[in-house]
Design a protein around this ligand. Structure first.
Ligand code: SF4
Length: 424
């Protein structure tokens, strides 16, 4: 159909195409996997032009392929019916779409669905679909396991097993059975997004591109514990919302829960965040998992207000649910912390005497807990969470309590994958 034009284009683009394939092979080699065929899902429009050239198609075929991949969501090259049969056959020799169906689905009584997706290199990662009235949110993973070793997290206890490619990341979204119901995408699943930033930036770029899914950055949130290497780059290069996993405003206590705090302190991170404008479309939020008696005291509330009130931001309080064998196998933050069933709910009323400004420790290091202290976590008392939220709100920090979803299906990060691995 394209005759001589195809041949000329093919020759002139051969060098570019070889470079592209070399780039993809190197990219996959870096994460330790061999590829039989190159996945198209995850390629930019320029890279698709090189693919088109390799099989003797004109440049405009790249836009056709992008439309099939990112807008129509095809699972095979055969479905790209406005590309000639001969060209599709040539494409199939070296390329594939790269879609993989979920291996496992768990359905919660509240509508939340958890999926286990296979990755290109034979691992498995979790993605969670959370319906909520008009909204449909997917929580996406970016790594297999995680290096961050947060003490309260099952994924952190798995250790790091590998990076996800842009194809693996996009596949969780495109192969989600509820894809048509999605309104929001959050990178809050397994792994630390800033530790796989190239893949995150590429995946989000493809979601937002006109030739991609044309998804609004206002509907994408990337969550991080905060890594020195990566946060500034993300802030400079991505228009997506940012969520910081905060969980404790005091350095020593946060470091005991989240080792990442030791290499990039909250103070420094907040200083960087204050240099950016959060009054426009891009939103800044702080995730705060509430542990009963450990990070929900008056002292923590006051310090959060001190740290966050200068920022245009929101705090999301999240109820923590015990993970299997957590207390016995984890280091412990405070052995004196009471279990939730016997915890007396204190008041966070502004009339409470202990809330005098003098009680605030200005350097944010009030606990004095050594970093090596063991940590046992406790579930929060709901009434205490409400009081904590109300205190923050009264003092000018917008705060909401996130509803717990999917408790009956191991929806917390890493639980399903760990259970499946334990069966193997
Ligand atoms: S909470 Fe997030 S960053 Fe921390 S270990 Fe778990 S997956 Fe990694």
């Amino acid at each position: 159909m394209f005759g001589q034009f195809d041949v000329t284009l093919h020759r002139s683009s051969l060098k570019t195409t070889r470079l592209l394939r070399l780039f993809i092979i190197i990219m996959y080699a870096r994460v330790g996997m061999k590829i039989e065929k190159t996945p198209l899902l995850g390629l930019t429009i320029d890279e698709l032009k090189s693919v088109a050239a390799e099989v003797g198609l004109p440049a405009f075929a790249a836009k056709q392929m992008a439309s099939w991949l990112y807008q129509k969501g095809v699972t095979s090259i055969d479905e790209m019916t406005n590309i000639s049969l001969a060209a599709r056959q040539r494409l199939c020799q070296h390329f594939e779409v790269g879609r993989r169906d979920p291996l496992l689905r768990q359905q919660s009584v509240d509508g939340t669905a958890k999926y286990l997706f296979p990755t290109s290199d034979g691992h498995r990662v979790e993605a969670v679909f959370i319906p909520d009235e008009e909204r449909g949110t997917i929580c996406v993973s970016c790594q297999v396991g995680c290096k961050m070793a947060c003490r309260f997290c099952m994924t952190g206890r798995q250790g790091f097993q590998g990076q996800l490619t842009p194809t693996d990341i996009l596949n969780q979204i495109y192969s989600l059975p509820e894809r048509e119901r999605l309104t929001n995408i959050v990178f809050m699943g397994q792994g630390e997004p800033l530790d796989n930033l190239d893949a995150i930036l590429r995946a989000t770029q493809l979601l937002m591109a006109d030739y991609g899914w044309a998804w609004s950055p206002k509907r994408i949130t990337v969550s991080t514990v905060g890594l020195r290497k990566g946060l500034k780059r993300f802030l400079d290069e991505s228009p997506c919302h940012l969520a910081i996993s905060l969980h404790n405003p005091f350095h020593n206590e946060r470091a005991a829960m989240m080792p990442a705090e030791r290499s990039y302190q909250l103070d420094e991170m907040l200083e960087l965040l204050r240099q950016y404008d959060w009054t426009g479309q891009r939103r800044l939020s702080f995730e705060y998992i509430v542990f009963g008696g450990q990070n929900d005291t008056d002292r923590h509330a006051r310090e959060l207000v001190r740290l966050l009130s200068p920022l245009e931001c929101r705090v999301n309080l999240i109820r923590w649910h015990a993970i299997p064998a957590a207390p016995s196998s984890m280091p412990s933050l405070s052995s004196a912390a009471p279990p939730s069933h016997s915890y007396e709910v204190p008041s966070l009323s502004h009339a409470t005497p202990s809330l005098s400004p003098a009680a605030v420790v200005p350097d944010g290091s009030s606990s004095g807990l050594p970093l090596s202290d063991a940590v046992t976590f406790h579930e929060a008392v709901p009434a205490r969470m409400v009081a904590f939220r109300d205190y923050l709100t009264r003092h000018g920090v917008r705060c909401t309590i996130r509803a717990s979803r999917g408790q009956d299906i191991d929806a917390a990060c890493g639980l399903l994958n760990t259970k499946e691995q334990n069966k193997d």
